[in-house]
Ligand binder design. Structure first.
Ligand code: 8DG
Ligand code: MG
Length: 133
């Protein structure tokens, strides 16, 4: 089975987190995600993350910290997801690939459908916010 390494950003501003809706023509199209994508050959995780977020969301993220790692097998491919949390960025988020983006108050996260693999990271993030507040 095809295996890919993915980095994704959990971008936090106060009690909100930025999510994006995957384009319909992509794997898991229509699901909400933490923006990010595949690591390219020769890139570090952090380089890939900064690049993907600039390409997709038009902001520059700073000081991302590894938050959660998840390996998951979909029927069509297996993914290693590396989620990095950051509260520091410059610029104004914008969906550069035509995708919807949204700042969601953390208690509302449960109302958005994420890919199956994301279940543990969404739960961990809800715990992270609830311990902070
Ligand atoms: N970015 C992101 N991908 C996720 C999440 N959860 C999840 O299962 N995935 C899966 C869906 C995809 O199979 C893969 C990410 O690939 P991608 O389509 O975003 O890759 P990419 O941005 O490099 O896009 P491209 O090569 O198709 O243009 O990881 C998530 O929260 N964020
Ligand atoms: Mg992507």
């Amino acid at each position: 089975m095809k295996h890919i390494q993915v980095v994704a950003a959990v971008i936090v501003k106060n009690d909100h987190v930025l999510i994006a809706r995957r384009p319909l023509d992509k794997h898991k199209g229509g699901y909400w995600e933490f923006p990010g994508g595949k690591i390219e050959t020769g890139e570090s995780h952090e380089e890939a993350l900064v690049r993907e977020i600039a390409e997709e969301i038009n902001i520059r993220i700073e000081a991302p910290q590894l938050f959660e790692r998840i390996d998951f097998d979909y029927p069509e491919k297996s993914v290693s997801l590396n989620f990095f949390l950051t509260e520091a960025f410059s610029g104004e988020p914008e969906g550069l690939e035509g995708q919807a983006i949204k700042w969601v108050a953390w208690p509302e996260l449960a109302n958005y459908q994420f890919p199956e693999a994301n279940q543990p990271v969404v739960k961990k993030l809800q715990n992270w916010f609830s311990e902070k507040s």
